[in-house]
Write a new protein. Sequence first.
Lengths: 113, 112
Amino acid sequence: EAGVAQSPRYKIIEKRQSVAFWCNPISGHATLYWYQQILGQGPKLLIQFQNNGVVDDSQLPKDRFSAERLKGVDSTLKIQPAKLEDSAVYLCASSVDRDKPQHFGDGTRLSIL
Amino acid sequence: AQSVTQPDIHITVSEGASLELRCNYSYGATPYLFWYVQSPGQGLQLLLKYFSGDTLVQGIKGFEAEFKRSQSSFNLRKPSVHWSDAAEYFCAGMEYGNKLVFGAGTILRVKS
């Protein structure tokens, strides 16, 4: 079974630029999650999708972050404009359904200069 | 507020020694509890999970965890640590229908 795929693995941009991350969940997984992991901290949920609908985006900074999951499969997370404090690893995870164990991708490490 | 606490930021053990990583949770009801491991540059891998039933849970790579309601704890244990176990370990909790909340992690170092 293929795992959760994320790209790119690394990204370096300057503040105020925009950036996008892509995630392909495990086939058949209805629920998809985006997490932000700042150095030295545990992952924090940014947004949760159930199929192509948003379940929880309460911790997503909506003035600069956006995410979509068209067709209920792949997802993209965008930051525009980026701030220095956005430097983090962005993890995508998927699960068969809500409240089932989550499987994580390797993440995208974002550095803001 | 729902929270998960890992009191130890770093732990160092000798190879072959036993290991216990601490995790405490604060939830109104009994949450679902998980332990994940993260190697450098990698995502999180699920070690084990507790949903209900038997309070001693067996996981992959020889790990186990025990749910203790009276102590609000879900500590991770391994009887004999291998050098390849060096990584960061995260405890996480979730109430049904709510989001997964992670602790800050414990970095495990293994000395030979």
